[in-house]
Write a protein that binds this ligand. Structure first.
Ligand code: UFG
Length: 359
C-alpha cells in the first residue's frame, strides 16, 4: 500500500500534482496520537507531527516508520507558545486539517496541579484555533473524553447525555475545550470540528512497534496489569469490590487503540469531504460493552496463561461506578464500529509489554 503510494506520488509529482492531503497531528508521538498517525499514513495522508515530548519519546517515530515505511515530519515545540505556533504555520502552508491530541492527561496530577492542566490544555487549543483562523485552516478533530458525562444516569451513554460537573481539572479541561470550540465556531463560519469522546483506550499496535509508554507508575489499569505480569510491579490493586455491579468491581468500556485511531481517519475524511451535518459534531467512541476490573483480570489470565498477583483494596477517590457507550450514533453517522475483541486487545498490550522488556 505504502509502496504503491510512493510510486504514485513520484509519477504525479512530475506532473506537479500533489495527491496526498497533509494532516497536522498534535501530540502525534503520544499513545493515541501515534496509532492515529499510522492509520492516516496507511490511508494515504501525509502527516506532520507537533509534540513537545513532555510525555512521549522521539523513538516513537521509528516505530511508526517500521509499520508504515514512512517517517512523519516532526516539529518539537510547546503549542502554548503562540509565536512558535504561527511560525510553524508560516512554514507549512498546505495543512488541510488538524487532529489535536496534545494535552496532559493524568487525572490525579490534575487535582494536585490544576493550573498546569488549565494552562497547557487550554492555551494550546487557543493557539491552534487562533492559528487556524489566521491561516484559513477549516477542519479540526478534537480529542475529547467520556469523562465529561461523569456518572451518567442512563446506560449506555448517548451523545445526548448531559455534561456533568467535572470530577477533575483534567476532565474540566475537556469540557471547557469543547465549549471554546463551540463558541469559536459560532463566530467563524468556516471552522468545522468533530469532537471524539473516547471511553477507555487500551492495547497496542499488533506489530508491537508502538504502544502505550507510561512514565513512572501507571495510573491506568491495563499498563498496571501488564507491568505486574512482567514483574515490574509486585501486585495489582483492584480499587473496590463493593460497587453496584455484578461482581462488585467498576465497569468501563475498553476500546482498542487501533480501532479508535481508525475513527480519526473517518472523521478527517468526513470533514474534508464536507459530509459533516453540523459545524460542531461529537461522537462517543467505545465498544458498547461494559467490562469489570475482575473480568479484565480473568481475560488477561486466560489469553496469556499468566496468573496475576492482585488484591482488592478500597475504592479510588474520584472513580465512577460504571460507564459504557451507546455507539449507535457513531455506527450510523461515521460508519465506524469497534472490531477487535477484548482478548485480542489484551494480547496486543501484553505483546507490547514483552517487547518493551527486551529493550
Ligand atoms: N483500576 C484498578 N487498579 C489500577 C488501576 C485502575 O482497579 O491499578 C480500576 C479503576 O478503579 C477503574 C478501572 O480500573 O475502575 C479503569 O481505570 P483507569 O485508570 O484505567 O481508567 P479510568 O476509567 O479511571 O480513566 C479513564 C481515562 C481518563 C478519563 C477517565 C474518565 O484514563 O483519561 O477515564 O472516566 F478521564
Amino acid at each position: 500500500m505504502n509502496i504503491v503510494f510512493t510510486i504514485f506520488d513520484k509519477i504525479l509529482f512530475k506532473n506537479k500534482t500533489i495527491v496526498k492531503k497533509r494532516i497536522l497531528v498534535t501530540g502525534g508521538t503520544g499513545y493515541i496520537g501515534s496509532h492515529t498517525v499510522v492509520e492516516l499514513q496507511n490511508s494515504g495522508f501525509d502527516v506532520i507531527i507537533i509534540d513537545d515530548l513532555s510525555n512521549s519519546k522521539i523513538e516513537v517515530l521509528n516505530g511508526i516508520e517500521k509499520i508504515t515505511g514512512i517517517k512523519p515530519v516532526f516539529e518539537q515545540f510547546d503549542l502554548t507558545d503562540i509565536d512558535k505556533c504561527k511560525r510553524f504555520f508560516n512554514k507549512y502552508t498546505d495543512i488541510e486539517a488538524i487532529i489535536h491530541f496534545a494535552a496532559y492527561k493524568a487525572v490525579g496530577e490534575s487535582v494536585e496541579k490544576p493550573l498546569k492542566y488549565y494552562r497547557n490544555n487550554l492555551l494550546s487549543l487557543m493557539s491552534l484555533l487562533e492559528s487556524m483562523q489566521t491561516f484559513s485552516i477549516r477542519n479540526l478533530v478534537f480529542s475529547s473524553s467520556c469523562t465529561i458525562y461523569g456518572q451518567p444516569e442512563k446506560l449506555p451513554v448517548t451523545e445526548d447525555a448531559p455534561v456533568q460537573e467535572a470530577i477533575s481539572p483534567y476532565g474540566n479541561t475537556k469540557q471547557i475545550a469543547e465549549e471554546i470550540i463551540r463558541d469559536t465556531i459560532k463566530t467563524d463560519k468556516n471552522l468545522k470540528t468533530i469532537a471524539l469522546r473516547y471511553f477507555n483506550p487500551i492495547g497496542a499496535h499488533p506489530s508491537a512497534h508502538i504502544g502505550e509508554l507510561p512514565i513512572g507508575i501507571p495510573n491506568n489499569l491495563i499498563p498496571f496489569v501488564t507491568q505486574t505480569a512482567i514483574g515490574i510491579r509486585e501486585q495489582l490493586r483492584v480499587f473496590g469490590n463493593d460497587y453496584n455491579t455484578p461482581d462488585g468491581t467498576a465497569i468501563r468500556d475498553y476500546i482498542n487503540v487501533v480501532d479508535l485511531a481508525k475513527a480519526h481517519v473517518i472523521a478527517i475524511e468526513r470533514l474534508l469531504n464536507n459530509n459533516n451535518k453540523k459545524a460542531f459534531e461529537y461522537f462517543n467512541l467505545g465498544t458498547g460493552q461494559g467490562v469489570s476490573v475482575l473480568e479484565i483480570i480473568n481475560s488477561f489470565e486466560k489469553v496469556t496463561g499468566i496468573k496475576l498477583n492482585y488484591k482488592i483494596v478500597d475504592r479510588r477517590a474520584g472513580d465512577i461506578e460504571k460507564v459504557w457507550a451507546d455507539t449507535s450514533f457513531a455506527n450510523k453517522e461515521l460508519g465506524w464500529q469497534a472490531e477487535k475483541s477484548l482478548d485480542e486487545t489484551l494480547l496486543s498490550a501484553w505483546k507490547w509489554e514483552k517487547r518493551l522488556s527486551e529493550e
